[in-house]
Design a binder for this molecule. Structure first.
Ligand SMILES: O=C(O)CCC(=O)C(=O)O
Ligand SMILES: [Fe+2]
Length: 248
């Protein structure tokens, strides 16, 4: 990965994170959004503070993915670009095999959490439609829940402040891996307005495509959609599926 991505590194972070502001074109963004919104309604899981599509399918209770290719629209051009950058070269399957599509309305977000042991510790997130601030919290106060442990609704401490804030512009790519995956929590505030923006508070400020938009220090949230690409460690081939569903 290393050479192509070095210029995209968010250097102040303790772990490894990379931000590419112009990862997809406007036409690609439009097309991806049409694909997301034209998925049949049962594809969506409505959660209390966002809604979610899971591709190709949800993991089993033992965090296993039943082998199945991602749909073409989630593969090309995004996964081809990941290959060019070598992002998943060290992952067990050398490519992502799972994508969560999250949609946040203004006022919605996701509680501080970690993504857990089901995945190789690398997440590549493509942002669509509107910017959002992604918060990074120190780990771990009691009561935090793993993302794989059903309940997203564990209340964060009222006075807990994010340690770092990453501004994700529409059409950008954010990669977090290693210690950024294992040693910190991440979340998105439930707010209608992201405030206190500037070089002092946004750790990828220098990498933004359009700093001018945020010079005033705030923006109103609009609907934002994210595609989060991961490599699930355990994959069951269909031939083994019946045995697998039957138990041990
Ligand atoms: O929407 C995002 O950028 C983050 C989503 C997230 O943290 C997750 O799906 O685990
Ligand atoms: Fe997450």
């Amino acid at each position: 990965m290393e050479l192509g991505l070095e210029a995209a590194r968010i250097t102040v972070l303790p772990g490894e994170a990379f931000y590419i502001s112009d990862f997809i074109t406007e036409a690609e963004e439009d097309w991806l959004l049409r694909k997301v919104t034209s998925a049949p309604l049962p594809r969506w899981t409505q959660l209390s503070h966002r809604r979610l599509q899971t591709w190709p399918s949800a993991l089993t209770q033992s965090n296993t993915l039943l082998a199945s290719p991602l749909p073409d629209w989630l593969q090309s051009p995004i996964i081809e670009r990941f290959s060019e950058l070598g992002i998943f070269d060290d992952a067990p399957h050398q490519a992502p095999n799972h994508v969560l599509v999250n949609e946040y309305q203004p006022g919605q977000g996701i509680m501080p959490h970690e993504d857990g042991a089901a995945y190789y510790p690398l997440v590549a997130t493509v942002s669509l439609r509107a910017p959002i601030v992604f918060d990074v919290y120190d780990k771990h106060v009691q009561g935090d829940k793993d993302e794989s442990g059903q309940d997203v609704a564990g209340k964060p401490d009222a006075d807990r402040k994010p340690h770092y804030r990453i501004l994700q512009e529409r059409r950008s790519l954010l990669i977090t891996r290693g210690k950024m995956y294992t040693d910190v929590l991440h979340g998105i505030a439930e707010t209608t307005r992201d405030e206190d923006l500037g070089p002092h508070s946004i750790c990828n400020w220098e990498l933004l495509r359009d700093k001018e938009t945020y010079r005033q220090g705030w923006y109103e949230r609009e609907t934002r959609t994210s595609l989060t690409y991961r490599d699930v460690l355990h994959v069951a081939k269909m031939g083994n599926t019946l045995k697998f569903l039957g138990g041990k």
